[in-house]
Write a protein of this length. Structure first.
Length: 133
């Protein structure tokens, strides 16, 4: 298929300060592992990072900017860390280079079982009580 710009008047140009999204994020299935919240956080961090991938935003500022609560932000950050997409040392984030070896697609990994999923604290205590009685 021959591609051509649809709107020449609005053709993107690389600004003096820029960021980029590595296409391997999709091709190598990193994005398949991420929730919408993790994708939003990653896009934000990519956008604001300096040339070394560094940026710092407080949890409060990120929650406000991304319309997330603190738990959603924590989960998003942990997902990005688990996929080796960011490093974090409060309040400093570093967007990391993608691994040279592609990740194995999600479909090839075992699915989470009920035991792997998060539980409410009341359900945990209920389970403990049932187990002990």
């Amino acid at each position: 298929m021959h591609k051509r710009p649809i709107s020449l008047a609005k053709l993107r140009k690389v600004p003096r300060q820029f960021s980029w999204v590595d296409q391997r994020l999709v091709r190598e299935h990193y994005i398949d592992r991420l929730s919408h919240g993790a994708c939003a956080l990653y896009l934000f961090l990519l956008t604001v990072a300096d040339a070394q991938g560094l940026s710092f935003y407080s949890d409060l500022a990120l929650c406000r900017r991304l319309s997330m609560d603190h738990l959603a932000l924590h989960r998003a950050r942990q997902a990005l860390i688990a996929c080796a997409l960011v490093a974090y040392d409060s309040p400093l984030y570093q967007v990391l280079a993608l691994d040279k070896e592609p990740l194995v697609p999600v479909a090839q990994h075992p699915r989470m079982t009920a035991a792997d999923k998060p539980m409410a604290i009341k359900d945990i205590f209920k389970h403990i009580a049932e187990t002990l009685s």
